[in-house]
Ligand binder design. Structure first.
Ligand SMILES: NC(=O)c1ccc[n+]([C@@H]2O[C@H](COP(=O)([O-])OP(=O)(O)OC[C@H]3O[C@@H](n4cnc5c(N)ncnc54)[C@H](O)[C@@H]3O)[C@@H](O)[C@H]2O)c1
Length: 442
């Protein structure tokens, strides 16, 4: 069946969700969970009470759920996107490529409000790449999601061929080839980082299971929702049938911020700055690497001789940039984050310029640097433009850089232990080294 036929068959957006109950069985324990995807019930994770540092074995959640007796179902198409179109004719006359499915969670949020329009315009995947957007919202944001879809309708983007909206990841992630996971709960007043890890971790455990069950086997997953490194770890551990290498945590915004600060200090435009790595966690322990970075092809330290500024001023400025922005503007960075998501995707679908690299939070297994295995750590990557990446080998370390890397590594190892109940690695023990902030917090 052609995609146009499939879309035309679906009902209008006003048709409400059918109530259904999904049954999950655990491969790790005998616990069985019932989750309803009806709009009238809470989203998984929202009603759960806080999980304390240690859990009894009965409380350990099942990382991998298997769906039973669940027929494949498409999410609701939206408005004009339910109408028939002839993609085949477009492919022939305009040399358009085959449609790709892009799932976006938190689609009614601030970052998505910029990102979706960039995706639909062709800015990300190219002017000959038609796309389908599958938008995932939360129960509370469903109406806003309809508003977003209406704005997409009114934008008349030629490349945007399908839009569907929903609140059930098992429906929305169906056949997704890209999953941009942005939706997460913000850290509220008085909330500890451990609480945030647990609350958002549950969302990413659920979404990992859903990707594992229904997404393309080669789906590329970019986790933006914070704390994004450990959310990515939880997500990949819950999706064992999808290569762990396909999961990324967004640290590109931090890289872009670092490039901007180096350019400002050196008095050059930022296109002259290259080879910038963000090492580690997307938190205030992150390490913006000025040792390997270059300005006009020269090592940064040969251009900027002010070592004190590099070690203190520059590093802190990048680590805390998000917080300062919130102070000025009263809300967190959304437009520049969306731009950095575009950069992160484009870095995987276009060949990396000769001699350069980009940063991404990736699974550490078998890394050449000696960073502990089993965490999601931002490192320097190169891509041939095929969606895959290789880690860069020719980087150097000095005592300053390595000691900072060990600090952010320690934080991620502690976070890994803190979410063991969500990754199938046993009983969670939360002993975080200080309550470090996310870059967007003060
Ligand atoms: N990695 C980075 O560089 C970076 C940068 C900026 C922000 N962030 C993070 O991105 C996330 C989103 O930021 P924002 O400014 O768009 O926030 P936002 O509050 O404007 O939007 C989040 C949206 O996600 C929805 N949502 C919540 N839980 C959901 C779920 N389980 N499934 C689907 N949707 C869900 C909410 O209803 C809301 O509409 C936050 O966690 C933020 O900390 C990361």
């Amino acid at each position: 069946m052609s995609s146009s036929m499939a879309v035309a068959e679906l009902t209008s957006p006003s048709s409400s969700y059918t109530r259904k109950t999904l049954h999950y069985s655990s491969q790790f324990s005998n616990v069985s969970t019932r989750v309803s995807s009806s709009r009238s019930v809470c989203f998984p994770g929202w009603q759960k009470s806080r999980i304390r540092c240690s859990l009894t074995s009965n409380e350990v959640q099942a990382p991998v759920a298997e769906k039973i007796d669940e027929p494949k179902k498409k999410p609701e198409c939206f408005g004009v996107f339910c109408l028939t179109y002839d993609l085949k004719a477009e492919e022939e006359t305009k040399s358009w490529k085959k449609l790709i499915n892009i799932a976006v969670s938190g689609a009614a949020g601030m970052i998505s409000n910029h990102l979706l329009f960039k995706l639909a315009s062709g800015e990300v995947f190219g002017p000959n790449q038609p796309i389908a957007l599958k938008l995932l919202g939360s129960e509370r944001s469903f109406q806003a999601l309809e508003g977003v879809a209406m704005e997409l309708e009114d934008s008349l983007f030629p490349l945007l061929r399908e839009v569907s909206i929903g609140i059930d990841p098992y429906e929305v992630f169906q056949d997704a080839e890209w999953a941009l996971l942005i939706g997460a709960k913000p850290r509220g007043p008085g909330m500890e980082r451990a609480d945030l890890l647990d609350i958002n971790g549950q969302i990413f455990a659920e979404q990992g299971k859903a990707l594992n069950a229904v997404a393309s086997r080669n789906v590329k997953v970019l986790i933006v929702g914070n704390p994004c490194n450990t959310n990515a770890l939880i997500c990949l551990k819950n999706a064992p049938d999808i290569p762990a290498k396909n999961f990324h945590a967004l640290t590109r915004l931090d890289e872009n911020r670092a490039k901007c600060q180096l350019a400002l200090k050196a008095g050059v435009f930022y296109d002259q700055v290259s080879n910038v790595t963000i090492w580690g966690n997307h938190s205030t322990t992150q390490v913006p690497d000025f040792l390997n970075a270059k300005i006009n092809g020269l090592p940064v330290k040969e251009v900027i001789k002010d070592t004190k500024w590099l070690e203190e001023g520059f590093t802190e400025k990048v680590q805390k940039r998000g917080g300062v922005l919130i102070q000025k503007w009263g809300r967190s960075s959304a437009a520049s984050t969306a731009v950095s998501v575009v950069d992160a995707i484009r870095s995987l679908v276009t060949p990396t310029p000769e001699g350069d690299w980009f940063s991404s939070g990736v699974y550490t297994t078998g890394n050449p640097y000696g960073i502990a295995d089993g965490i999601v750590f931002s490192m320097p990557c190169r891509s041939k433009g095929d969606g895959d990446y290789e880690l860069v080998k020719d980087v150097i370390f000095d005592d300053y850089l390595w000691s900072r890397i060990k600090k952010t590594e320690a934080e991620l190892l502690a976070e890994q232990k803190c979410v063991a109940h969500l990754t199938g690695e046993g009983i969670a023990v939360c002993d975080l080294p200080g309550d470090t902030m996310l870059p967007g917090e003060m």
